[in-house]
Each structure stands twice: as C-alpha cells, then as structure tokens.
Write a protein that binds this ligand. Structure first.
Ligand code: MRU
Length: 371
C-alpha cells in the first residue's frame, strides 16, 4: 500500500544490506511513520513480543525472516541446526494465539532440516522467508477480490448508497505483508468506485482500530468513523451497519474464530440484528489440527498495564498517562473465540465458504487428511 505516495510493504529486506530486515514500527503510528532495522533474532523476538509489528500474517512473515537472521548470524563454531531450532522456539514463545507464527517457523524448519551446508541453509532460509511474505501478500490480494463481491451485492441492494462496514482491531495491510484481510475487500471496493464507509472499533486496550485501522483508511481516502468499542450493538439495532468483516489470528477446522478481544460480542450483536458477519483470512491462519476453538486455542494474556495506561500525542510528544486508580488490578486478555454458528462466512484466498468443516475442506481438499 502507499504511504505519502510511496509503495510500502510492512516487512522487507534492506537494499543496502541483505542481513538487515526493515519493518514499520507500529507503536509510533498514527503520529509518526518510523522504519526500524532488525538485525538479529533477538531483535525480531522483541519486535514481535513488544508489538513493534503485529497482526497474524505479519508476525508469520517476521518469524520467517527471524529464522533467516538466526542462520545468517550463526557463527562458524556454532551448530547451525541447533541455532535455528532455538531461534524457532524463541520466536514461537513470543505470542501464542496467532497460528501463523508457528506455521512459519515449522515451514522454515521443514525446509532447512535436510541441509548440512551453511551457505545453502542461509540461502534457503532467505528464499523461504521471501516466499512466506510474498504468499501472504498474494493471499490477501485474492481475499480482497473474493470479499469485493459481497460488498458489491450489498451496494446493488442499496442502490449505490454507501455500504457501512464495521471492523474490529486492525486486520488491514499493517497486520499482513500487504493489502490486509478484513480491509482488503474494503480497499478493493473503494478502488472500484463502490461507496463504502467503515465503522472502526477503537479496540481497547491497545487501540489498534483507533490508531492503525483509522490511519490506514485515512491514508487511502476511505470514508470511516472511529467508534468506542461498545457502540457497534447500538448501530446495528438502528440499521447503520450493513455487514461486519473482521480478521482472525487462528481459525479451527470447524470454523471457530479467535480474534482480538471483543470480537465475540460484535458477532452476538450481529446475529441478534441479522447483520452478516464475515471473517477474512489467508489459509495460513487455519489451525488444521483443532476443532473446538474455545477449548483448544491458547489465548494470550498480556501485561495489565496496557489496560491501566494509555499512550497518545501530547504537545508533539508521545506520552503515557495513567487511567485507573493505582491500587486497582486489571486483567488483559488479548483474544476471544467466536463460535462458528455466529459466522456468516469465511473469506479466503480461494473464495468464500461457510464456517464449517465440510465447507472449509471443500475449498482446501488437500487438508482433508489433517481433519
Ligand atoms: O494483538 P494484535 O494486534 O497482533 O492482534 C491481531 C489483530 O490485529 C487482530 O486480532 C486481527 O483482527 C487479526 S490479525 C489480522
């Protein structure tokens, strides 16, 4: 996507130094656009854990590049396969819910384990990291085209009146390598001249909606309005939402969806009001080994300070302020699970399917043995 007229992906290899990975430091958005250099696996671990970068697809791509950094920095007296194993475990321990991370590490491990030659390992690790990133961007572009049809149909029903789409958290291009999942159909519709308007859930506690989704949509010229997280139900009751599209960090083979905390409540409100509720995802966000999302998906618990404090721009500087009484404890659960029965459909790179095992496997028949 473009930032000030220049095309960016969210992660790329430095043109000057192929052992340096470049990322956009998302902690600084929407106020400052800062590019950060990542040179070691330890720096990549910190970047993922402390959310310099975030979002399911992007942390998968970052893990792919993290393994490459481990290989390229391994000293000649170290056993390179052990270095790669250790790096993979360190990367996977950063954020447990998004399956893309472990998926990317295992993909690198599977390809590299048969190799003995150092130079070949480094070259293959780089190649695989690049492929993971390219596939993520391509899948997200295809999701845009698959979801465009849904928005187009609603636009026709509304005789060209703007289609009001509610989204939660940030599943835009910043959460992937490019294009995004939930926002990809929105960009595709906007670029095609279909009038759209996005209700942006602020998404406490880290406000990915208010800071990142709003910044993306504003940069691309897509009409949008930021709302407090609890507003969606009211808007749906008053027919001000035509459809909901969210992303996911992990979706089970039966179509249960883990996504940013608060998604489940939006799905309940959508069901109660007959509003279509779609989840957009590349196939790298399916966890083919599990069926019951509530019982089987590990939910990340984050630092309670994210609830107790907030960061924002104050007199030109980013400052942190306290919101709560110092003695009150807080709980910070990162994700919740929306059961498949509340989901109208899944928008994937191969098209739209129902949130059910049969329908998912119909689109991805090569995964049948895993089911
Ligand atoms: O904690 P985050 O910001 O990494 O959470 C991930 C998300 O942005 C959302 O849950 C998103 O909707 C799915 S990831 C594309």
């Amino acid at each position: 996507m473009k930032v000030n007229g220049q095309h960016y992906r969210t992660i790329w290899i430095s043109e000057e130094d192929s052992s340096c990975i470049m990322i956009i430091d998302q902690r600084k958005l929407p106020h400052h656009f800062v590019v950060e250099e990542i040179r070691t696996v330890a720096e990549m671990v910190t970047a993922i854990k402390d959310m310099h970068l975030r979002g399911a697809g992007l942390i998968g791509a970052a893990a792919g590049f993290g393994i490459y950094l481990a290989a390229v920095n391994a000293s000649p007296d170290e056993a390179i396969q052990e270095v790669i194993q250790t790096a993979g475990h360190q990367l996977m321990a950063t954020r447990p819910t998004a399956v893309n991370l472990a998926w990317a590490v295992h993909r690198q491990w599977d390809i590299l384990k048969a190799e003995n030659n150092r130079e070949v390992i480094i070259q293959k690790a780089l190649e695989t990291a690049r492929i993971i990133a390219d596939e993520d961007a391509d899948a997200c572009a295809a999701i845009g085209q698959a979801g465009l049809k849904i928005i187009e149909d609603i636009s026709l029903q509304k005789n060209g009146e703007p289609v009001n789409i509610l989204t939660h958290c940030n599943a835009g291009w910043l959460a992937f390598v490019d294009h995004g999942s939930a926002l990809s159909p929105v960009y595709a519709a906007h670029d095609k001249g279909i009038p759209v308007h996005v209700w942006v859930d602020e998404t406490r506690p880290r406000n990915q909606g208010a800071s990142l989704t709003a910044w993306e949509l504003h940069s691309h010229g897509v009409p949008h309005t930021i709302i407090a997280d609890n507003t969606g139900g009211h808007l749906m009751q008053h027919r001000m939402v035509d459809l909901v599209i969210v992303g996911t960090d992990r979706t089970t083979i039966s179509g249960d969806v883990a996504n940013k905390i608060g998604t489940y409540l939006k799905a309940l409100a959508a069901k109660d009001n007959g509003v279509p509720f779609y989840v957009a995802l590349p196939s790298s966000s399916f966890d083919w080994k599990i069926a019951d999302g509530i019982k089987e998906i590990e939910i990340e618990e984050r630092n309670p300070d994210e609830v107790k404090f907030m960061e924002g721009l104050c007199e030109g500087e980013i400052k942190k302020i306290a919101l709560t009484p110092g003695g009150s404890p807080a709980l910070n659960i990162g994700f919740d699970v929306t059961p498949s029965r509340l989901i109208t459909g899944l928008i994937t790179e191969r098209g739209v399917c129902q949130a059910s095992k049969n329908s998912i496997l119909n689109l991805f028949p090569e995964m049948i043995t895993h089911g």
